[in-house]
Design a binder for this molecule. Sequence first.
Ligand code: PBG
Length: 326
Amino acid sequence: MVGVFPEHRPRRLRGTAAIRRLVSETTLRPRQLILPMFVAEGADAPKPIASMPGVVQHSRDSLRKAAVEAVRAGVGGLMLFGVPRTHDAVGSGATDPDGVLNVALRDLRAELGDDTVLMADTCLDEFTDHGHCGVLDSRGGVDNDATLQRYAEMAVAQAEAGAHLLGPSGMMDGQVGVIRKALDGAGYAETGILAYSAKYASAFYGPFREAVDSQLNGDRKTYQQDPGNAREALREIELDVAEGADIVMVKPALSYLDVVSAAAQASPVPVAAYNISGEYAMVEAAAANGWVDRERTVLEVLTSISRAGADLILTYWAAEATAWLD
Ligand code: PBG
């Protein structure tokens, strides 16, 4: 016997499930989970997204049903993405009141009222024929200020269609300020902004590009952040807060938990993190092969994002995780 050693025994607090529960620091709440959903123009049935098993491009009808179910299950909000049938250089479908995303927002607001928080992606990439998040200049670069004008129009159309929170995700300079001004000017002072403030040029968006039938050739490195940079994330957050963001977001989540943590410490407004398509696909692929336990892995992923400091989490597992947490 070695006598009094070890002096410290952290294992005492791990000995039973009851004591582990007692000292658990991080509790996931269903209400902090937001479900991203896709709706395809003209679809008459939900269409599976191969790289995101379990996630579909909804039809107008199936979206309505799935949204009601998710809200009943207890998710905190819904984030909508539109998949239009046609694309053009300026993304006309984004501002058309009859465009797929605006129609879906109107449907869901009518169906759900204020029972949930209805959010919309405020970005042109789903609607442009070149797949970039903005309009292009004569040399093929993304024209920041011309794009802002389109975002302002898109924001007003989405507010008019019933979105509670708009999610500008294009990483144009000044986008939050321009959208805030446009909303206020059009009588939508109550419509909020969930700003994708620190959004990285990530390889993990791969499956999303399939989910929205992306037309993109190339990458978004002239507007999305370099994965190696942390400092500029804090600058982007500071700017967005100054421009009127109600909530700021870090995206992706898992490879950027240090940024989530720094944002949580620096931000005077709630911080969201987006557990994106590639993070979803990675776990689903491993689970499908029997290499990880699906439910445990998903809950560990979400718990980690919460532990890092995210108040809200956008995740394709939102509805399912909500059921598990019950
Ligand atoms: C841009 C947008 C993207 C995602 C959300 N909004 C794609 C991109 O920036 O390339 C990605 C979400 C995901 O990967 O789950 N409208």
